[in-house]
Design a protein around this ligand. Sequence first.
Ligand code: IPD
Ligand code: CA
Ligand code: CA
Ligand code: CA
Length: 264
Amino acid sequence: MDKKWHEIDLFAKNAIREAGRKIIDSFDEVLNIQTKSNVNDLVTNMDKQIEKFFVEEISKAYPDHRVLGEEGYGDRVKDMDGTVWIIDPIDGTMNFVHQQRNFAVSIGVYHEGIGMLGYIYDVVSDELYHAVKGNGAYVNDEKLSPLEDVPLEEAIFSLNATWLVPNRKVDHERFIPIVHKVRGTRSYGSAAIELAYIAAGRLDGYLTLRLSPWDFAGGKVLIEEVGGIVTDLNGDELSMVDNSPVFAGNRAVHEKVLNEYLKK
Ligand code: IPD
Ligand code: CA
Ligand code: CA
Ligand code: CA
């Protein structure tokens, strides 16, 4: 592994574990909960505090790197020039508030648009998924196996019920045949955890209609390291600076669902 990326990887893992400790410690304190775009779009003092922590640590250690963070404490990133950290301090804030589990810290580090480092830290389970491009993906110290091709009939597919009822975004009926075809469906409420589960082979497909780059930047690096695919619903490459529908899966499930159910 290139020495430079190895050093950044160690720095990132230390910072992420420290962020995890701060989050666990916050369970003893009263959360300040606010809403953003609507009454169900929650943000807490911890989402903000953790993002600020990363922005400060990264700007001290790597002043020429830029940060794109959900809560807006980083830079105004409009392109992927240079090295960009794409950070979701707490992915699954609704779970964090209501369940104190099923949320994750998610980080992708991209260099000239290429995903170099990917991290998803399921704090409560103490599972740190991490990958350096070209060096495989791991959960804690355990190397993740290359993804196996799973027939659709045996696939566990993650899809939020929101997309199966009439909604403003899309013709919901087009997803119903997928639900009939697969072995089972799940929804965990944290895009990062769903992507980490794809990388770990616990899920075979994940489809959602609206994610932001910080939701998928880390997961994309992890999944690609084990031979999986992450695209939009047409099979096209995702932009790292725009919101997008996202479809991730092992190679066989991705190809079959794309060709037989998604492509018009
Ligand atoms: C949300 C979660 C959720 C997904 C939403 C995201 P947040 O992220 O990943 O699973 O369905 O689209 O916005 O706001 O909790 O970081
Ligand atoms: Ca949010
Ligand atoms: Ca998120
Ligand atoms: Ca978030």
